[in-house]
Write a protein that binds this ligand. Sequence first.
Ligand SMILES: [Zn+2]
Length: 411
Amino acid sequence: MKSGRFGVVAGLAVALALAACSSSEDSGAESSAESTSASTESPSADVADAVTPVVGHVLDDPVPVATTDGTTHLVYELEVTNVLPQDVTIDSVKAEADGKSLLTLSAADLINWTSMFGTAKPGTTMGPGESGRVWMDVSIAKGESVPTQVQNSLTVTLSTPMLPLLPATVVTPLPPMTVSGSAIKIAPPMQGAGWVDANGCCTVTPHRHAVNPIDGSFWVAERFAIDWVQVDAQGKLFNGDRAKLESYPYFGTDIQAVANGKVVAVLDGLPEQVPGASPTGLPLDEYAGNHVVQDLGNGHYALYAHLKTGSVKVEAGDELSAGQVLGNLGNSGNTDAPHLHFHVMAGPDPLRANGLPYEFDSFELTGRLASLGAVDELATTGGPAPMQSAVSTGTKTDELPMFLDVVTFPS
Ligand SMILES: [Zn+2]
């Protein structure tokens, strides 16, 4: 299944050190006088400015989305940088709103939810000047109000305290995060039973890992992307030779527009990949394979990717109706088994955009695979794979399927 993953950015040449305000070395008497004046004023009594060993921000403010676990999720990423010339370790990360805790990631949790840019080592220690990323997934129970502002903070430990400015352990608040908007409501991109949500929301999957550095910025186009594969009535993904497209009964399934809207980009003619291995050496514009991008309105764009070679039935500029067939499920681009990669994003470029949440208007949740290992089992042996018990199955309205869900879409 498509990973779309890039390596982390290595070798950030940041070498910051805390320094006292040294305006006298700056640009002369005028600015020096201003600085002196400012520094001698008493700080406001209710503001406790503090030096922080880490700075950071939210990569893109989240839009809440209802999911099949019966909760509302806030899905976002924190970019953090150690500004000290020494190691700093993240002990925990918290999200709070209105004085209530929404999420706490412990040091053990953070092993899976954190990645440092400069090193491949596991763990949450940032070297001098090193940056990293924390993936966040806040889940809000039904009946609880969704906050409009969230305070994220990190508790970090310095390898060498720098008293009196920095003790050994420092709580570092990040700038407040705004929560606004609502998920777009759309129809499913195909029909029928047995569709498995691989790499979907909200845990850390290859899609959430795909925070791509493009044109000088990070983009999280695949934040809510789902790789859709289909199992048959026996729970099998393929029968026979894993490396043959014809072993996958759902290869060639009709893919339909999820809403009314104009086609803004089309690519077709790229070859099918051989299932069972990811291709290497693809140029960036071939990662999505044969694909269609559709403008859904209000700044939402849908990507239908990895379509079957020669199957795309629409052209840029075509006005599509919801349910209209636009192509067929295939295995082109960065993919190791036939699937539809689908996501909604805030711009027309498949990778140079931030992902937006979406909710399917109606579908039936019929089961849930047991684990990530079950997905691997499907992909390697064809299955059937173990399923979870005690899943709240049934008809779902205006919800986003979650990673491992097995669903039936209306015919
Ligand atoms: Zn994908």
